[in-house]
Design a protein around this ligand. Structure first.
Ligand code: GDP
Length: 300
């Protein structure tokens, strides 16, 4: 088991008691440990650099108050900065779903295959039905995998929402148009649109989802990403963020054994709020994202 960051820092600071301020020289070794902790959490290197620069800027000149030693003071600064970067500095409104549009409010889910989009569609449907008391319709525009359409049907039923049928013989745009028409006709508040993913970024897939997005003009365009992706999260997130006007992120598989570096990387490259996280395969494994808890996890 690796030592936690605070344990590692406390070893370093044994030698420098009684210093009243965090300075360039007394934090040098400690910042190296912070850097290592971030890399061990699988935060991408360019992100680590920028985050460290921000931490350093905040830390310089911080008074070491009361019974704290410089290490504890620095851990406090690091914890605060990471929490802020991951989303602690966003308002609760920015972090929650924005469905304040003329119904049906469309939510489009995009991401790589296996990221957890279909499962997340079910989780979101359940969340909206149960906590927001809204009427939800779901539809799959994944015309490449019949199993994905069936999977959406299953999770939608479990969620207490309604599934709109689609088939692999149709065009994604036509499916989307039919689902919107149905949602209007039957007064659904929310339409959740699941889209096709590929195992890697692919031009055709990106164009297809971008086209769907322009057509649907969703209230929320959510990027679904697997927390276990680690450093690869950076490139995937960048590609989706360039192609789609994302309004938020859902981090899945946060119950895995990753330290959560993907959260920091994705937030950093997209600048978009992480709104929810998936914490189990089943539909109840879904929570609003907690920046503070994630920062603690990244620091170990
Ligand atoms: P899609 O291809 O993006 O639609 O991904 P799926 O929804 O089919 O999910 C891929 C796999 O990840 C499935 O086995 C899901 O059960 C699993 N999965 C999705 N979200 C989570 C999560 O939050 N935690 C865990 N442990 N597994 C998840």
């Amino acid at each position: 088991m690796l030592d936690s960051l605070s344990q590692r820092l406390s070893k370093i600071v044994k030698t420098m008691r009684g210093q009243a301020r965090l300075t360039e020289s007394n934090t040098k070794d400690m910042l190296r440990e912070v850097r290592l902790a971030l890399l061990e959490a699988d935060v991408a290197l360019p992100v680590v650099r920028e985050v460290l620069a921000r931490i350093k800027e905040k830390a310089m000149g911080v008074e070491v108050v009361g019974s704290l030693n410089p290490g504890q003071a620095l851990v406090g600064v690091v914890q605060e900065e990471l929490t802020a970067i991951i989303g602690g500095d966003l308002s609760p409104e920015e972090r929650s779903l924005n469905l304040r549009v003329q119904p049906p409010a469309v939510i489009l889910l995009a991401g790589l295959q296996g990221a957890g989009k279909t499962t997340t569609a079910g989780k979101l449907a359940k969340h909206i039905v149960e906590t927001m008391k809204k009427k939800v319709l779901t539809v799959s525009c994944d015309v490449y995998r019949p199993a994905a359409i069936e999977q959406l049907r299953t999770v939608t039923e479990q969620a207490g929402a309604t599934w709109f049928p689609s088939t692999t013989g149709e065009k994604p745009i036509d499916i989307a148009a039919a689902a919107v028409a149905e949602a209007r006709r039957r007064f659904y508040d929310v339409l959740i649109v699941d889209t096709a993913g590929r195992l890697a970024i692919d031009e055709a897939m990106m164009n297809e989802v971008a086209e769907l997005n322009s057509y649907l003009k969703p209230a929320e365009t959510l990027f679904v990403i697997d927390a276990m992706l680690g450093q690869d999260a950076v490139n995937t997130a960048r590609a989706f963020n360039e192609k789609l006007p994302l309004t938020g992120i859902i981090l899945t598989k946060a119950d895995g054994d990753s330290r959560g570096g993907a959260a920091l990387s994705v937030r950093h490259v997209t600048g978009k709020p992480i709104k929810f996280m998936g914490t189990a395969e089943k539909l109840t494994g879904f929570e609003p994202f907690d920046p503070e808890a994630m920062a603690s996890r990244i620091l170990g």
